[in-house]
Design a protein around this ligand. Structure first.
Ligand code: 4HQ
Length: 249
């Protein structure tokens, strides 16, 4: 899969994506990340990419022409209908479902703004534009959002992670919080690892983990439980979890 990122600060992005599993995926050519700098598509002599906002107010706005030039360049060797993601707090909230959908594509263009934002008409005229937000907060630039999306998408592409992990990535893990993890020592500050995890009974371990995932999601993210259709078995496990909590107090 090829990512094309339009950014005024490519070095800012590549720093985080050149390390760890995503760095390895790049080296192994599972993914490719190309950076396109709108400054190279600026029409004026001093290569300026921003200007004062019409209507006044603070800050600067990224000009349309350099961005449109960069987007056109990004599209020249890939299908015209490739999605173009604009990172913005006004966008639809990014989630695991969206990440999974993106991971099935061959190409994805991401446009990362700076300052107060970009000229709205760039979004208006771009074919297959989608505005995406990574959360309800304001960043100083879209680069961190773009790298978050690339990371979440790339790790779903076969080969990026080990096989043990990809097996876990079924739809069940998408809509529940994770179960708790433990490693040695067996007792830490007088807290023991749950006995079932050292039992060697893999079926019991899987059921315990599903129960913890359901219970924690119910407690911390009732919105996610509400949205999920629980099977009878899951319903029972959640009830068991709640009864165990009650028995403790
Ligand atoms: N931005 N999710 C880029 C964000 C943001 C977000 C603010 C986007 C600044 C220039 N991007 N502008 N939240 O906060 O994606």
């Amino acid at each position: 899969m090829k990512f094309k990122v339009i950014t005024l600060f490519p070095e800012n992005l590549s720093l985080s994506l050149d390390y760890g599993v995503i760095g390895k995926a790049q080296k192994e050519k599972i993914i490719e990340i190309e950076y396109i700098n709108p400054r190279n598509y600026s029409e004026n002599n001093n290569h300026s990419v921003d200007d004062k906002p019409y209507g006044g107010g603070p800050g600067m706005v990224i000009k349309a022409e350099p961005l449109l030039g960069a987007i056109e360049c990004a599209k020249q060797d890939i299908p015209e209908n490739c999605p173009v993601v604009f990172l913005s707090p006004q966008g639809a909230l990014f989630d695991q479902k969206q990440a999974r959908a993106f991971s099935k594509l061959n190409n994805l263009i991401l446009v990362s703004g700076r300052y107060e934002g970009i000229d709205e008409r760039v979004v208006d005229v771009t074919v297959n534009a989608i505005e995406i937000s990574i959360g309800n907060f304001v960043l100083s630039g879209g680069e961190i959002a773009a790298s978050a999306i690339i990371d979440a998408v790339a790790r779903l592409i076969p080969g990026t992670l080990g096989d043990e992990l990809s097996a876990l990535q079924d739809s069940f893990t998408d809509d529940l919080l994770d179960y708790p993890h433990y490693t040695r020592p067996k007792v830490l500050k007088s807290i023991s690892v749950p006995e079932v995890l050292v039992s060697g009974d893999h079926n019991a371990i899987n059921r315990w983990r599903l129960k913890q995932a359901l219970g924690r999601t119910f407690e911390r993210r009732p919105d996610l439980i509400e949205a999920k259709e629980l099977s009878d078995d899951e319903q029972n496990l959640l009830q068991e979890y709640q009864e165990e909590i009650e028995n403790k107090s």
